[in-house]
Design a protein around this ligand. Structure first.
Ligand code: BEZ
Ligand code: FE
Length: 271
């Protein structure tokens, strides 16, 4: 019998990790090996397909730089990011649900007074006032909660993708007072495609998938003594709600953006 026959290979690779004293690393890598070997066996992967996969992953890495993270986009479009979200944020208590962060968050957005606009001189779009409260599980207002918000311009691009927009366009940070309320002005979000000029775009095309995300506004809401939540408000009625390219939609986050108004209360979980 061959020493590392098909039947013995998987366990032989896992046994080679026995000297690793990081138990979590051993667990994750062993599962990784088991699932990868099972995949190869299940589909009887050809050598040409194996090489194609290596070339695809190489191109994915080569597309990454400090402004572009193609591996996160791959994870997002294969539903891996939302599976990680699902297993880490099981919230039976009615707290605001989380969703993907996406690759376009940047730190350092300006701190703005309540009621201010994040849209600056941006052309087009429907002016919208977004308001509500940040509360705890008992509905009590949370003081000094920070809402870090970001979205695309009406052309579907974030400032970091579009040299025609000023730095930090459509981004801002707002801090609640004692009553837990917040409000700011923006433009009604639009649906837009995830970047398609890299290997992930080619993959979507080959799979017959569209690249669109339903219109949304991003938030990270945080407060001392509470778990931060990374989430979106999705625009009710958007045609892509059921086919989000990154599987990020949750019913509880779908919100009316009608007549220039959107209203949502964020519920944070105490740590
Ligand atoms: C976003 O909503 O910004 C986003 C999320 C995942 C992939 C690409 C973009
Ligand atoms: Fe987005």
């Amino acid at each position: 019998m061959t020493r590392f026959s098909e039947d013995a290979l998987t366990e032989a690779v896992i046994a080679r990790m026995a000297a690793c004293d990081n138990a979590r690393l051993r667990l994750v890598l062993a599962a990784c090996v088991r699932h990868l070997h099972a995949l190869v066996q299940e589909v009887k992967l050809t050598e040409a397909e194996w090489l194609q996969a290596i070339e695809f992953l190489t191109a994915t890495g080569q597309k990454c730089d400090e402004r572009r993270q193609e591996f996160i986009l791959l994870s997002d479009t294969l539903g891996v990011s939302m599976m990680v979200d699902a297993v880490n944020h099981r919230k039976p208590g009615g707290e605001t649900e989380s969703t993907v962060m996406g690759p376009f968050y940047v730190t350092g957005a300006p701190d703005l007074p309540m009621g201010a606009t994040i849209a600056g001189q941006t052309d087009g779009g429907e002016p919208t006032l977004v308001s509500g409260r940040v509360v705890d599980g008992e509905g009590q207002p949370i003081e000094a909660a920070v809402l870090d918000v970001w979205q695309t311009a009406p052309n579907g691009f974030y400032d970091v993708q579009d040299p025609s927009q000023p730095e930090f366009n459509l981004r801002g940070r707002f801090r609640t007072g004692a009553d837990g309320t917040y409000s700011f002005r923006t433009l009604k979000p639009v649906s837009y495609p995830v970047p398609t000029d890299g290997p992930v775009g080619k993959m979507l095309l080959a799979l017959g998938r569209h690249p669109y995300r339903p219109a949304h506004l991003h938030f990270i809401v945080s407060a001392p003594g509470f778990e931060p939540v990374t989430t979106h408000l999705f625009v009710k009625g958007d045609p892509y709600l059921d086919s989000d390219a990154v599987f990020g939609v949750k019913d509880s986050l779908v919100t009316d953006f009608e007549h220039g108004l959107a209203s949502y209360d964020f519920v944070l979980k105490a740590v």
